[in-house]
Design a protein around this ligand. Sequence first.
Ligand code: DND
Ligand code: ATP
Ligand code: GLN
Length: 541
Amino acid sequence: MSDELKLAVAQLNLVVGDLAGNLAQMQDAAAQAHADGVDLLLFPELSLCGYCPEDLLLSPEFREQLSRAEDELRASLPEGLAILYGAPEYGEEGLFNVARLIDGGRPLASYRKRCLPNYGVFDEQRWFQAGESACVVEFRGIRLGLTVCEDLWRPGPAASCADAGAELIVSISASPYARDKASERDWNFRQRWQECGLPMVVCNLLGGQDEVVFDGNSLALDGNGEVVMRAPEWEAGLFTVAVRREGGRLALASETRAPILSTDESQYRGAVLATRDYLGKNGVRRALVGLSGGIDSALTLAVAGDALGAENVTAVMMASRYTRDISFQCAREQARLMGVDYLELPIDEGVAAVTGIIDSGTGEALSGVAAENIQARLRGAMLMSLSNRDGGMVLATGNKSELAMGYATLYGDMVGAFAPLKDLTKTRVYALSRWRNEQGKVMPEAVIDRPPSAELRADQYDSDSLPDYAELDAIIEAFVEADCSAEAIIQAGHDAATVHRVLVMVQASEYKRRQGAPGPRLSRRAFGRDRRYPIVSRFRR
Ligand SMILES: Nc1ncnc2c1ncn2[C@@H]1O[C@H](COP(=O)(O)OP(=O)(O)OC[C@H]2O[C@@H]([n+]3cccc(C(=O)O)c3)[C@H](O)[C@@H]2O)[C@@H](O)[C@H]1O
Ligand SMILES: Nc1ncnc2c1ncn2[C@@H]1O[C@H](COP(=O)(O)OP(=O)(O)OP(=O)(O)O)[C@@H](O)[C@H]1O
Ligand SMILES: NC(=O)CC[C@H](N)C(=O)O
């Protein structure tokens, strides 16, 4: 080894299936790394094809194009730069998720991921076979132990790299965001260090992909288990780590030491990146939000503005006779503060027309919730018409508390392409709204202070139908995110009748959530890909 080896992690926002685009990003990163004198550049897990390509992995065309892109990548590497990147390996023994080390344009080693995550948002065992052995390779005087993501989240692989003579563990990862994941990573990698005593460099992915969002936060730990490099959350970039041999040990150093963000900031920025990427990666620049003067649509609009730029967002106030003056004032004031395009399209005439057609056609007057929901459905239809005409996507404003309880109208306020707040309870919606306003005012304080109301009938408030949000959200966190039993939640101090009511409603509204828009996981456990329950189920607690 020369005096010093320079490693870099390419924390890139790659796109599933965009082989040409990912190749170009990787080539740009390689050129920059070469100019910076980097010896070895790490890319995220399954870099060229993006994570996770799911059943695209089964497509012969996908396999063929990927193979060509890999050839192109190897042939285009700058002299002297080695890379470690992720790819599927197809062969007679099956399909493997591998890390490939390329030096001088030639393969130096290939490692098959041993631990395939198959829980939460992950289904890797659906596609991949597990590798069986460690891979330790000599690279310019250092023995590297190659690993892929989950390998460093389980006991075993790190220690087996040490047993096979590794001096430094390198990991290519696609580790998605969950609440407080940065602290969890620190704890996790410290556990691995305790098992193997080796320094580690971990390259993580960035960006939104359907229902998950990757926060970056690539890391390096030195031989004492201390974090010596922490790449920023939610930002792409190339971050270097210098490795020097000192008295028989490797010393790691880096100038990159980003802070761990607060939960509020991290969740907010996660919602922003997930929204930007969902629309952007689907080729759409503009968004529409139904703006009611309530807090859910206010925060959704703030996220949309930060994700896409105020000039690309339209807020639509669709007042009915139940819309209060304060709702108008809040909506107008927020649109002014943010500088978004703002429309007022009243719905009373339309509601009367639809209700009249149903009433006269059936000879029976619509009433109660059936009549009230016409308002929500007309608003949904109007937003979708604007989307069809102008090409923007509608953002659904529902939060996790409402979706847990089924407190939302199917084909009404649930319409939308993407739901940025889907995994944030109402309590978190308030916290993030306050945090965002502290960074620069985007919504009037009255939006945060007023009591929540669907305004589908006179004097309607959420508190008429739902338990107090502080209590409801604590029960949702215990039941949905931590899988606690009813008994355990009651023992934690919650009212037994409320607990039973909430648990029954969570189960009974699975059908609504399945028809709702996708949204990013921002808590510890999200409805959807992360928490899967049957719709048809006679199980009762
Ligand atoms: N298992 C199942 N699988 C599939 N579909 C099923 C189903 N069970 C019922 N359904 C269908 O679902 C329908 C009931 O759901 P839905 O039509 O949504 O109607 P529903 O849940 O009765 O009403 C919506 C509720 O959301 C409240 N809310 C809260 C916040 C905002 C808003 C807003 O709109 O702005 C509304 C509103 O006040 C009302 O209490 C049934 O009529 C039936 O068609
Ligand atoms: N008058 C309205 N104009 C435009 N959109 C509306 C109107 N009323 C309701 N909506 C849409 O329906 C969604 C659901 O209403 P809901 O009451 O749950 O949320 P909110 O009004 O944003 O917040 P809160 O529940 O705190 O009042 C709103 O977020 C908004 O997108
Ligand atoms: N892609 C992976 O193997 C990721 C699994 C890992 N446990 C994580 O969340 O972060």
